[in-house]
Ligand binder design. Sequence first.
Ligand SMILES: [Zn+2]
Length: 437
Amino acid sequence: MSRTTLIIRSAVALCAGAVLSVAVGTGSVRAAESSQSTTQGGPAMPSRGDAGPAVVRLQQALAARGIAVAGGVSGVYDEATASAVATLQRQSGLRASGKVDARTAKLLGLAPTVTVTSANLPTFGSAGDVVWLLQAALLEQGVAGAGEPDGQFGVATRKAVTAFQTRRGLRASGRVDDATAAALGLIPAPQAPKVVTAAASPSKPAAGPFPAYGERSSAVTALQQQLIAAGFAIDGGATGFFGPRTKGAVEALQRRHGLAATGVVDAATAARLGTAAAPAPAPVAPAAPAPTTVPSLVAFPMQGKCWFGDTWHDARSGGRMHEGTDLIGAAGLAIYAVANGTITRTYDGLALGGKSLRLTAPDGTYYFYAHLDSFAPGIGAGVGVRAGQVIGYNGATGNAHEPHLHFEIHPGGGAAVNPYPYLKAIDGCRNTALLPQ
Ligand SMILES: [Zn+2]
């Protein structure tokens, strides 16, 4: 499996909101670094080859976000550090350059950051950090057309805001009002909505308040770190944002312990994670699994000839269970979008999934594709695709012994369901002709 190979020989200096990028081609990086100016008041961000306290701060900030730097906090901006920076960037929908640019520095808390409040909500036509935070939140929510954050509140951003508002049942104004900002986790909700769940009972002593869906806080980060430590993977890692992936991990934890899989952190759930001092009483009754609705697939995900079986929850290495369907076919076969939606994540080289991506439909359901040989030209985070469009090519990257597509369905952005019946319903494995593009 190849690690990040995108190593750009450039040096970046950060000056209070301005980014100075110096491309030095194949020449000396050190020379460019030493000539950088930091006279505009901002701290210079470390770049490849640097050593010193600034690199230590960078590596500590990466570690604090749960991103391991091979070799630890060495104080040297080496290959491993660039790789960790690239990991953070991929998780956050940024270009995985491995360089600490302005956005990355802000994500890591290394540069002055803005906080969104009711007083500075981003408005149409404006630009800057609050707009970037809005766009990052929209992308995190898998809103179609959200695109890669650029800090410019233009027509596309307004459309994405409207789409998000429609999805959440808010007034579809395209304007970021308090309710919209709260729903996006940009500002605290005025009053945390009380979610009644089968597992929570009013008489139960709670050690809360517990992090809630849509919240962005250090409490969420702590929750995510505990989930990850307990073996519940959260794609994107401990970002501090309680989004669909965190909810899915909470649901998985709840299912494992026989709790109602609500995705809501209550006292009983927190007790399983060690966030509440006292263990909660046993749940009254194991709740029936919440009904999930999956829209039928519009297009089959792979060009024929291929085959697949129902391997849902088959044992896998390391005690894992198989959470998808494997479609086996020759390397290089076209891989198709199964629905209209947006590519919300691409991964260059997951340890298990290799070259992988995530396609999110407007209802929040996402489809995870793994082991691709390559992405189709133009495919990247934020790109809208239509069902049947070629988004990549079949391969065997990551933990794969033969070329195949590992395919998952996550209804509403939650836990995976068995894709087999959905695939069987539209089985396209005999269709060897490329779909019209
Ligand atoms: Zn698989």
